[in-house]
Design a binder for this molecule. Structure first.
Ligand code: C5P
Length: 400
């Protein structure tokens, strides 16, 4: 998908600039033609020699090439590119782009480029959360630029939060998805459930699970990339979305998710139920924090509503439901039983016995089983790539 594509990579002054080397390598390996522009401060973090060697092209940085007086033509560079990717995009560069500043080669190329522009912010969490930065990022998105969301994790400052540049592998996936999009789901409405649910015990405690929501978010984004209008109902996660066309409703408990899912389902053509819904909830929620006692504590649990089963009962002929099955034994048999019991059209089976699959991992290994019990096995892949496989299968089934 990236073969022969001309990618102009803008690298700015952020510690994440070191990841630009890996990004260039991955893009070149995927067959892309890569040219790099560095801002003056990017060179404090990584040398032009590294990026020119990996990209097999000279790195541009100044309006005028050293000594020679030859002009680096920013208009030509902007016209050459199929895509301008600014990664990492520092707070300073984001601010300049949002306000039309033009004080270095990269900002001049940004203003003169006619191609789609992607930017992958990288900065400390407080800089990212600052209203100035948020306003600038939102402005850039409103201009039609494509945001590659920063990720949550440990930051160069030692703090933990959202601000790390998306990994190079993730950036490559977003580019591949961009170039492969064929909007097969245009005009379709999709409902996606994702993440865990929290069932309150008292005002400060809950019963939860290890679901991160990554699989569901990736599916919601891929459905949107293929043209669907998506309602994502998510339990508590650290994730954020990087595509338009997804409306997110954040909920806490299974009852909240049940209510929202039932509300949106009648108007949906597709429902993908990837949430790890708690099967049980405490019978009562204590009004006050439960005090420590030596006598121990027994909490009576009652069943939560089964959202998937309820939607399965409501399902019309023209609707398509995808469920998930995370199994530890007799995987295929359990999944086949579930597809019938819950009236799914397709089930995504992942086994906890598979290394790198399921909760908490960035990767997953799935088997897709349809209503006729045809099973298709996939290899271990990044969750974003798994999402592409799942959404492609949905497209194929509803267009069959
Ligand atoms: O029955 P089990 O929990 O294994 O079924 C898994 C499937 O059902 C998943 O698609 C999950 O999102 C959905 N589910 C649900 N509501 C529940 C329990 C599971 O929607 N209360």
């Amino acid at each position: 998908m990236l073969s022969g594509k001309r990618i102009l990579l803008g690298v700015t002054g952020s510690i994440a600039a070191y990841k630009a080397a890996v990004l260039v390598r991955l893009l070149v390996k995927a067959g892309a033609d890569v040219k790099v522009i560095m801002t003056p401060s990017a060179k404090e973090f990584i040398t032009p020699l590294t990026l020119s060697t990996l990209s097999k092209n000279p790195v541009e940085s100044d309006f005028v090439k050293d000594q020679s007086g030859v002009w680096s033509n920013h208009v030509e560079l902007g016209l050459w590119a199929d895509v301008l990717m600014i990664a990492p995009a520092s707070a300073n560069t984001v601010a300049k782009m949002a306000n039309g500043f033009c004080d270095n080669l990269l900002s001049a190329v940004y203003l003169s480029a006619r191609c789609p522009v992607f930017f992958a912010p990288a900065m400390d969490l407080d800089m990212l959360q600052h209203q100035s930065t948020q306003t600038n990022i939102n402005r850039l998105v409103s201009f039609g630029n494509h945001l590659i969301n920063p990720e949550y994790g440990e930051l160069a400052s030692g703090l933990t939060g959202t601000g790390r540049m998306a990994e190079p592998e993730e950036i490559v996936i977003q580019l591949k998805s961009f170039f492969s999009t064929n909007l097969r789901l245009k005009g379709k409405k999709a409902l996606v459930t994702a993440g865990p649910t929290y069932e309150a015990i008292d005002p400060v405690r809950f019963i939860g699970n290890n679901s991160t929501g990554k699989m569901g978010f990736a599916i919601a984004e891929e459905l949107a990339r293929q043209g669907a209008e998506v309602n994502l109902i998510s339990g508590p996660t650290h994730l954020s979305l990087s595509v338009p066309n997804v409306t997110i409703t954040k909920i806490t408990s299974a009852d909240d998710m049940h209510r929202e899912a039932l509300k949106h389902f009648p108007a949906s053509d597709i429902a993908v139920l990837s949430a790890a819904v708690a099967d049980f909830k405490p019978l009562t929620k204590a009004d006050q924090k439960i005090k420590k006692s030596t006598a121990g504590l027994t909490i009576e649990l009652i069943q939560n509503p089964d959202i998937a089963a309820d939607l399965g009962k409501m399902k019309r002929e023209d609707q398509f439901i995808v469920g998930f099955a995370l199994e530890t034994e007799n995987e295929q048999a359990h999944a086949e039983k579930k597809i019938k019991a819950k009236n799914f059209d397709l089930i995504v089976l992942n086994s906890l016995n598979d290394k790198g699959a399921g909760f908490g991992h960035d990767t997953n290994r799935i088997t897709l089983i349809d209503k006729k019990l045809n099973a298709t096995k996939f290899s271990l892949k990044n969750k974003k790539e798994v999402a592409i496989d799942i959404v492609n299968a949905i497209s194929e089934h509803i267009h069959a």
